[in-house]
Design a protein around this ligand. Structure first.
Ligand code: CRA
Length: 832
């Protein structure tokens, strides 16, 4: 399949082996790289050698543009966005870069001419899984859009040696395998041994007077490590702009003389080195954080400190005095993980650069902006004051001082309202005293945003209400988006090709609103037929992969009903499995019954310590085992769990879905972004009024969206009236039969205890109100089935869904950040 691409230039002046874009130049470059970098003859090259040679061929072409971008940014003193994120879930680079370079077709042809299997080369790539789920993938989509929208930007994060674990399914259970993505080398990064900064921990602080007799504070740490930069160029689509993703690796300090420190203690010296390196060793595999691990706090401080020191260095080298720091840089905090930056910038400006509190605070407050990504109370980060003080004693002093001044302001505004003061404090005083990281982020930022309209409203009226009362003008919404390059062009080239043909050109790739052009073709039988062919082909591809990787056979003619995302109770994968069990029971009780045949496809990882989430995975696999082996029903329903849902596997899944399940309890999913990816690929959504579902439904039209379930208000009412799942269970015979079937041991070889923690929890607590939405969900699934029976109607709805997804491009999100929050203009870098 050829991929639509920006005009493929082959200017003879540029036909250099390292920069040329023609087929001939690419072939020559590949052969050179294979020999001079991999040290291989073509005859003995392994698949991995071939991938590396191809990757270096693409990278050379990125570097050419990167150099030009850097020159333009430097000479114009460009205002720059620094996106601080503990996670960047990048996914494979190679095809994405070829698409953005506009050389997919030439590369494919070059491969064919050299008798190479292009797809096999792409498959070789090990993806950098430096993130958990939505938040990390959002950061990666934003990097793509920042470059495409020509906004000068640096992404700052951690170069984890081990990213998110690889998931295997053994005996139905999730098993975690360590992710060794760096094992065979990473051709996309450029190590920068000379760009390194010291990061300090522990110790104590001292007061002293400087030469001018001013009172100062000195931090005497007891640990020093180095952060070393690894740079990955990020090219925009069809533009000359290349931004930088700079990830930090922890190393033993070079300046802190650990040999002298450990005189004669060779073992101790090596141990110190190992300890230093653990800081960037592994990504914490929790989608929404847990227990206050010291190492996690160390990681957060590590990348924040390196990044701010780097920004200060860049500023001093290029612009000059730090007074203009906030004009040069705007720093976006991706959730609270980097919110220590507020205190660290204060420390750097005061203790290292000699500034006074007021000007330092003024700069700090004009520099930062904070994005909130969750309302779940357990996900709102706090750190115990004890741990904080042990690792970052100077920062605790700064936090206290910020808090003292801030609470004075609150007291002045709300005279006598001491309970408000306690609620807003950066320190939670009840029980073990804790630092509230979201409060630090809000107080230290000039803008705060949520990630979908509903979520941003809830941020203002619930968790940050007091702050909204104080500073209403600080609060914004920027609805998330995803990049159509990776999630349409790269992952679904057949669809991209068809859209380009129907729309008349490929400008939609950069301007997703242009998909509206499809609307007028939604009822065209010829377009519908081709639309259906494209979907079926993607389903065939997925079916092949699933057969090879799970042994389960799916019929591409049936509806592919897909639920793929991290496992969490609030996302309610168990609601979906109850529906599967219902279908099963109906078929068993009534073998002749007409039922729309479906393949239920599940995917997603559970945090390794999240017992119930792992039990839900086991339940899905156990139900699959029974149903797929029951000849009475397995012509109508099949269930399959796709192991190791990551970016690469997501790219196989999104194009193949007919139905996208977005069934979280209203008010719990901040935005969701999988919902957008599915819909962009022509899946219809069955979903609740939660997160970005609300806006997706608004855009595609209520008649093209399968809505069910309680609203946020109804959830609240039910909860305050005293929610009793047990009564719902007793009042609905089908629901009762479904839960009882799980309890009966049918899915657990007679073991009636295996799933008890789950069924008991549902019957007696059900915090995410699965039972309350069960009936509405089942009814809605009936409506889905009815529409599926009318293919022309389904195709029409599918086409309209894609046509109306323009809003959910991350380009739109980035433009909104640029205009409304960052006040930054695009700075185009010419293509040659
Ligand atoms: N888990 C939200 O839950 C949202 C993404 C990106 C999440 C998702 O609904 O789409 O962020 N929150 O905005 C989060 O990570 C710390 O909070 C997520 O990915």
């Amino acid at each position: 399949m050829s991929t639509p691409a920006p005009a493929e230039t082959s200017d003879p002046v540029r036909e250099h082996t390292r920069t040329g874009l023609s087929k001939a130049a690419l072939m020559q470059a590949y052969i050179d790289n294979l020999f001079y970098i991999q040290g291989r003859f073509r005859e003995v090259a392994t698949p991995h050698d071939r991938y590396m040679a191809a990757a270096f061929t693409a990278r050379d072409r990125l570097l050419d543009r990167w150099l030009k971008s850097a020159q333009v940014f430097k000479t114009t003193h460009a205002r720059t966005v620094c996106y601080l994120s503990a996670e960047f879930l990048l996914g494979p680079h190679l095809l994405n870069n070829l698409v953005n370079l506009g050389i997919t077709r030439a590369s494919r042809e070059a491969a064919t001419e050299m008798d190479l299997d292009f797809n096999a080369i792409l498959e070789e790539e090990e993806e950098p899984g430096l993130g958990n789920g939505g938040l990390g993938r959002l950061a990666a989509c934003f990097m793509d859009s920042l470059s495409t929208c020509q906004i000068p930007a640096i992404g700052y994060g951690i170069r984890y040696e081990f990213g998110i674990f690889d998931q295997a399914i053994e005996d139905g259970w999730q098993v975690e395998k360590s992710d060794t993505w760096l094992r065979n080398g990473n051709p996309w990064e450029i190590p920068r041994p000379k760009i390194r900064f010291p990061v300090l921990y522990g110790g104590y602080t001292q007061s002293y007077q400087d030469q001018d007799g001013r009172a100062r504070t000195r931090w005497v740490p007891d640990q020093e490590i180095d952060g070393m930069a690894y740079d990955t160029p990020v090219l925009g689509y069809g533009v000359g702009n290349v931004n930088l993703l700079r990830l930090w690796k922890a190393e033993a300090s070079q300046s802190f003389d650990f040999q002298a420190f450990n005189v004669g203690d060779y073992y101790g010296a090596v141990h110190a080195k190992i300890e230093a390196e653990t800081i960037s060793k592994v990504l914490y595999p929790n989608d929404e954080p847990e227990a206050g691990k010291a190492l996690r706090l160390k990681q957060q401080f590590f990348f924040v400190s390196c990044s701010l020191q780097d920004m200060i260095r860049l500023h001093l080298n290029t612009v000059g005095p730090l007074e203009t720091f906030a004009d040069k840089f705007v720093v976006q905090l991706n959730d609270t993980h980097p919110s220590l930056a507020v205190a660290e910038l204060m420390r750097l400006l005061m203790d290292e650069q000699g500034m006074e509190w007021e000007p330092a605070w003024d700069i700090t407050r004009r520099t930062f902006c904070y994005t909130n990504h969750t309302l779940l109370p357990e996900a709102l980060e706090t750190w115990s004051v004890n741990l904080f003080e042990r690792l970052l004693p100077r920062h605790l002093e700064i936090v206290y001082e910020i808090n003292r001044r801030f609470l004075d302001e609150v007291r002045m505004r709300f005279l006598g309202d001491e309970s408000r003061v306690a609620r807003m404090s950066l320190i939670a005083e009840e029980g073990v005293r804790r630092v509230r990281m979201a409060h630090l982020a809000v107080v230290g930022s000039r803008a705060v945003n949520g990630v979908a309209a509903l979520h941003s409203e809830l941020v203002k009226t619930t968790i940050l209400k007091d702050f909204h009362d104080l500073w209403p003008e600080k609060f914004h919404n920027v609805t998330n988006g995803v990049t159509p390059r990776r999630f349409m062009v790269v992952s679904n080239p057949r669809l991209a090709h068809l859209i380009t043909e129907v729309c008349g050109d490929d400008r939609w790739i950069r301007d997703l609103g242009r998909l509206r052009e499809l609307e007028s073709h939604a009822d065209d039988p010829e377009v519908q037929a081709r639309w259906r062919q494209v979907k079926t082909a993607a389903k065939q591809d997925l079916a092949v992969w699933l057969r090879q990787n799970t042994g389960v056979e799916l019929n591409p003619a049936v509806m592919f009903d897909v639920l793929a995302k991290r496992f969490h109770e609030y996302k309610r994968q168990h609601l979906s499995i109850l529906h599967v069990i219902r279908c099963y029971q109906r078929l068993k009780q009534n073998p002749g019954q007409e039922m729309v045949p479906r393949a239920f496809v599940f995917g997603g990882k559970a945090a390794p310590g999240y017992y119930l989430a792992k039990l839900i995975i086991k339940l899905i696999n156990s139900v699959a085992e029974v149903i797929n082996h029951d000849p009475q029903v397995n012509g109508s329903i099949r269930v399959v769990f796709m192991p190791d849902f990551n970016v690469k596997n997501g790219q196989r899944l999104y194009p193949a879905a007919d139905l996208s399940e977005q069934i979280s309890l209203a008010g719990k999913e901040a935005s969701g972004t999988g919902n957008m990816k599915f819909s962009m690929n022509g899946a219809l959504t069955i979903g609740t009024l939660d997160g970005a579902n609300v806006e997706i439904r608004e855009e595609v039209g209520a008649e093209n969206f399968f809505l069910f379930g309680m609203t946020v208000d109804e959830v609240r009412q039910k909860q305050s009236a005293g929610y009793r799942p047990w009564d719902i269970y007793n009042g609905d015979p089908e629901l009762k039969a479904d839960i009882d079937l799980i309890s009966s041991g049918l899915f657990s070889y007679g073991d009636t205890n295996l799933f008890r923690p789950l069924t008991d929890h549902l019957l007696h607590q059900d915090p995410f109100m699965v039972l309350a939405d069960y009936r509405a969900y089942l009814d809605c699934q009936e409506r889905v089935g009815a529409v599926w029976r009318d293919p022309a109607q389904w195709d029409r709805m599918s086409i309209l869904n894609v046509a109306r997804m323009g809003k959910f491009s991350s380009d739109r999100a980035i433009r909104e950040y640029a205009e409304r929050i960052w006040q930054i203009e695009p700075l185009p870098v010419a293509l040659n």
